[in-house]
Ligand binder design. Structure first.
Ligand code: PHE
Length: 343
């Protein structure tokens, strides 16, 4: 083994101890110098004690011990300094300052209403499903008795895609695919996002949510429709005094068709910025047109049904007294996080 002199040890240590920046480095130095195969061991091995006189041995002993002591004391000193530095570091953090709150997410008001409605409809035997937002022209229009040249297409300004598909203008685009897939009898709701190419103001958005409902069975009548709508509204608003009115409404895929309005809960029917007239058009609905049933492969001589297309976004406005539809898509967490579920 290569031998090493006192001076070399002293110099090497002086240099290395200066480089120690952390407690870990001190530990490494201890192992390096004091370990079984460490520097001090090598230093001892370099001397042949049998050939040394008593005087020489004594000199060696003194020098060796002095160096070792110096080594140990220096390490203690450096270690204390490193720990001390950490202590100062900790003191620089003001532990009395209030911590940063981690932000907890919240469910968007439209989703809150959606979740609530799903539970209500499931209670009435409906399944809740989703459908695509990009749909064929056929499912959005033709299947629903709205042919190309039909003026009803102008009622819903449409975002067309280059490939001829459309961003669905209503959740009614799910009606025929659902009938085709499941046949009759059927009870299903389709909550989802819809798109219309229109100017945005306090009560109109180009992106909004609807909840489509479809019930098809033998002998379904307008009475079933009204019954389901009334149950829905009293459960959603947790009150029995929600005033409704039915007006005739025109939609090519229902016959007869209705507009179900509810009295504005913001102003109590007096008329405000949101409702203007005291009434809010909330649920367009009607009896499923025989042509739609046929497109869905269901025999209209055996089955009848009702459909409705509830404005989820509008309903959330009513329920949470939100006067501005544009707030829903503003992405401001201060808006999103102030609503709580009522189920
Ligand atoms: N899809 C219609 C709309 O968006 C609403 C509707 C649905 C009307 C179902 C009748 C029946 O305007």
């Amino acid at each position: 083994m290569e031998t090493i002199s006192f001076n070399e040890v002293r110099e090497a240590f002086a240099k290395e101890v200066l480089e120690a920046k952390a407690i870990d480095d001190i530990e490494k130095l201890k192992v390096k110098y004091m370990g079984r195969k460490g520097v001090f061991r090598r230093l001892q091995d370099g001397f042949d004690f049998q050939l040394m006189s008593a005087k020489e041995k004594k000199r060696f002993g003194i020098e060796f011990n002095t160096l070792k002591k110096h080594f140990e004391e220096t390490l203690i000193e450096v270690e204390a300094k490193l720990v001390g530095d950490n202590v100062t570091l900790v003191r620089k953090i003001d532990v009395s300052l209030p911590g940063k709150d981690s932000r907890i997410g919240a469910i968007h008001p439209v989703n809150l209403v959606q979740i609530e409605l799903e539970a209500i409809f499931q209670g009435m035997g409906f399944s809740a499903m989703t459908g695509p937002e990009v749909v064929s022209e056929f499912n959005n229009f033709d299947a629903l008795n709205i042919p190309n040249d039909h003026p009803a297409r102008d009622m819903q300004d449409t975002y067309w895609l280059k490939n001829g598909m459309v961003l669905r203008t209503h959740t009614s685009s799910n009606q025929v695919p659902a009938l085709k897939k499941f046949g009759a009898p059927l009870r299903v709701i389709f909550p989802g996002r819809c798109f219309r190419y229109e100017n945005v103001d306090a009560s109109h958005e180009n992106t909004f949510y609807q909840l489509e409902g479809l019930m098809v069975d033998r002998d379904i009548s307008v009475a079933h429709l009204i019954g389901v709508m009334k149950t829905l509204l009293s459960e959603v608003f947790h009150r029995d005094d929600v005033k409704i009115r039915l007006r005739p409404g025109y939609f090519p895929f229902v016959e007869p068709g209705f507009e179900l309005d509810i009295q504005c809960l913001l102003c109590g029917g007096k008329g405000c910025l949101t409702c203007r007239t005291g009434w809010i058009e909330l649920i367009p609905c009607g009896m499923v047109h025989p042509m739609v049933l046929k497109h869905g492969g269901v025999d209209p001589s055996k089955y009848t049904g009702f459909a409705f297309g509830l404005g989820l976004t509008r309903l959330a406005m009513m329920k949470f007294s939100i006067p501005e539809i544009r707030l829903f898509n503003c992405g401001d967490i201060r808006f999103n996080s102030q609503f709580i579920a009522t189920v």
